[in-house]
Design a protein around this ligand. Structure first.
Ligand code: ADP
Ligand code: MG
Length: 293
């Protein structure tokens, strides 16, 4: 009887938009009480674009774009692609970068035209002892409260400017979160982005709690901590940096347009670009077990 029920689940799953990789995880879904959702690429489309730019006194916007674009050109982050594209559109061919270093979850650095360029979060600049002038800091805070991702840039230790990047929230996100809540599940947003941006996005989709500014290496530890507190955790993610958390979760759900690494680590793959599949998948898993028992 068990294989039959599971075959039914597989068939129903495919029809509803879920590919069931691990039938064992269906068992876990029955007791899940917390759903952790990644922000970029999971709740949002993950296609960023530069929507605003402000410079430090005496700095030309084109210089900020050229320096930052040159560094980001060597990076593989979604933020980097958006900035490099914009820089090329405005400045033409970008200068080469030397000594490029990606700083996971924080930004990147490199030397461009003999200047040491640092690009990334406010936290990164703070860590590197770079002081952000008050007008730029106010711009950053304003953008973050609107849910923008903010990237700051410095050259030789002095701030050059700040860029605001926009991403779009998936239209299905708020509904999916409401359904999860109706099922008695707690929702939690997990991101490497800063707390203000994360809270703005969480508020728009109705998510209960936020864990922000989590370095890629620490995402899985957040899941472990929730489990240690007695929770049974489902994690929904798309990125390389979500893979360890997806593997650690009692139930890992990967978005199909996500990275191969995330899909390899997950138990369920959401085959439609629609977050509604998340509550559906958990309902399906619960139902399958009800049938088996
Ligand atoms: P997420 O959890 O949204 O996938 P990451 O952990 O990859 O985010 O990055 C966290 C933060 O680090 C970003 O919001 C950004 O502020 C900064 N960051 C990371 N990589 C870059 C980059 N290449 N350029 C600028 N900022 C970056
Ligand atoms: Mg992501």
């Amino acid at each position: 009887a068990i294989p039959t029920a599971l075959q039914v689940a597989s068939g129903t799953g495919a029809r509803l938009g879920v590919f069931i990789k691990s039938h064992q995880a269906m068992e876990s879904a029955r007791t899940v009480d917390t759903v952790v959702l990644d922000k970029t690429g999971t709740l949002t489309h993950g296609r960023m674009s530069v929507v605003d730019l402000t410079t430090a006194e005496g700095v030309r916007p084109d210089d900020v774009l050229r320096y930052v674009g040159a560094v980001e050109n060597a990076s593989e982050h979604a933020i980097a692609a958006a900035i490099a594209d914009r820089a090329r559109a405005e400045c033409g061919e970008l200068p080469p970068v030397d000594a490029f270093t990606a700083l996971a979850g924080l930004g990147a650095r490199g030397t461009v035209e003999d200047r040491r360029i640092l690009v990334g979060s406010a936290r990164l600049l703070d860590r590197e002892g770079v002081t952000v002038p008050p007008p730029l800091d106010r711009a950053r805070a304003g953008w973050e409260s609107e849910g923008r991702t903010v990237v700051l840039a410095a050259a030789d230790g002095a701030v050059l400017g700040a860029l605001a990047l926009a991403d779009t929230i998936k239209p299905s996100a708020a509904d999916a979160v409401a359904r999860l809540h109706a099922m008695g599940l707690r929702t939690l947003l997990l991101t490497g982005d800063n707390a203000a941006t994360a809270h703005a996005v969480a508020a728009r989709v109705g998510i209960d709690d936020v864990i922000a500014e989590v370095l890629p290496a620490d995402k899985a530890a957040v899941i472990t901590r929730l489990q240690a507190d007695g929770h049974r955790v489902a994690m929904v993610g798309d990125g390389i940096n979500d893979a360890p958390a997806l593997a650690r979760a009692d139930l890992g759900l990967a978005v199909v347009e996500g990275t191969d690494v995330a899909m390899a680590a997950a138990d369920l793959i959401l085959i439609r670009d629609d977050l509604d599949v998340v509550p559906t998948a958990i309902t399906l898993a619960r139902g399958t077990l009800a049938t088996i028992r």
